[in-house]
Design a protein around this ligand. Structure first.
Ligand code: PLP
Length: 320
């Protein structure tokens, strides 16, 4: 499979078998207080309950488990604001593979500490994700590491697609699935599964208006770059990636932007109403629902709470 071959439902089912010994299903809970606020039935898919606090780990375990002896021996490298890096570090630690992660200099310290505790070598480089990614690509070429791109990797998309299988099994009459988007692997996985299992299920992507490269690329059907000043580091990229975009161009129903104010408000709401730790990227799907309640009224909506790795400083700022 090349880096640009879209996975299908069979790949997601295979991924589920591959990751099952290492990662259990996550809960899908409904909270009456959220329903009242949203004016509809909202089901929260708790990817913040993953062992590294984010959905990405499904993809990391699926990918690293399939690496051949040569790639395992070379070690893996990834660029990340923290959750893809934790995913790769977690999976590498399971299979005894060396992991290097390049993260921006100002990366969330909770994520950096976790990656280091998982045994990864963390290289802090650059002002943002894209500068860290360029450095990572240079190190991969210099040292021969297996580069795990955060978007152009069919095994990552198939792996993260497994949460949508769980949503549709737990609540088969789900009508809309709302997914936070950075590079687009999560939304691409959701599309692959939903459109194969029940095409009437709408999949809606959400990005921050302060980092809209993926949303603009989806609208234009072209790989565009954009600004990035969002507080939600999980959604913070200036570029768009070919494989997830091609899947989204084909299958995604809609792609909306929310303001960073809405992201902060939804993060507070998620913490208060679900009593869960949630990072701003993890509250983006709820932000989309609360920003446009009329659109979702009367529908059964699953919001993907993609991560919970909020730092103490970010938490304090929410209630400052
Ligand atoms: C918590 C969280 N939500 C959403 C995303 C966006 O995921 P993707 O890059 O697959 O679109 C990320 C990416 O790291 C993330 O960490």
């Amino acid at each position: 499979m090349s880096a640009f071959d879209a996975p299908d439902l069979a790949d997601v089912l295979a991924a589920r078998r591959r990751i099952a010994p290492y990662l259990g299903p996550t809960p899908l809970y409904r909270y009456p207080a959220l329903d009242v606020l949203a004016g509809t039935q909202v089901w929260v898919k708790h990817e913040n309950h993953q062992p590294v606090g984010a959905f990405k780990v499904r993809g990391g375990v699926n990918l690293v488990r399939q690496l051949g002896a040569d790639e395992r021996q070379r070690g893996v490298i990834a660029a990340s604001t923290g959750n893809h890096g934790q995913s790769v570090a977690y999976a590498a630690s399971l299979f005894g593979v060396r992991a290097v992660v390049c993260a921006p200099e100002q990366a969330n310290p909770v994520k950096v500490e976790s990656m280091r505790a998982l045994g990864a070598e963390v290289v802090l480089h650059g002002r943002d994700f894209d500068e860290a990614r360029e450095h990572c690509e240079k190190l991969a070429a210099e040292h021969g590491y297996r580069y795990v791109h955060s978007g152009n990797e069919p095994a990552l998309i198939a792996g993260v697609g497994t949460y949508t299988l769980e949503i549709l099994e737990a609540q088969p009459d789900t009508e809309i699935i709302v997914v936070p988007v950075g590079g687009g692997s999560g939304a691409a996985g959701a599309c692959v599964v939903a459109k194969a299992v029940r095409p009437s299920v709408q999949v809606i992507g959400v990005q921050s208006a302060a980092a809209p490269a993926a949303q603009r690329s989806w609208q234009a059907r072209a790989l565009l770059t954009g600004d990035n000043s969002t507080i939600a580091e999980g959604l913070a990229t200036r570029t768009s990636f070919r494989l997830p975009q091609e899947i989204l161009w084909d299958k995604l129903d809609d792609f909306v932007l929310v303001s960073d104010d809405a992201l902060q408000g939804a993060t507070r709401t998620m913490i208060e109403k679900t009593r869960n730790l949630v990072e701003p990227a993890g509250a983006a799907a709820l932000a989309a629902v609360l920003s446009d309640p009329a659109r979702f009224a009367g529908q059964k909506v699953a919001v993907v709470c993609s991560g919970g790795n909020i730092s103490p400083a970010q938490l304090l700022a929410l209630w400052a």
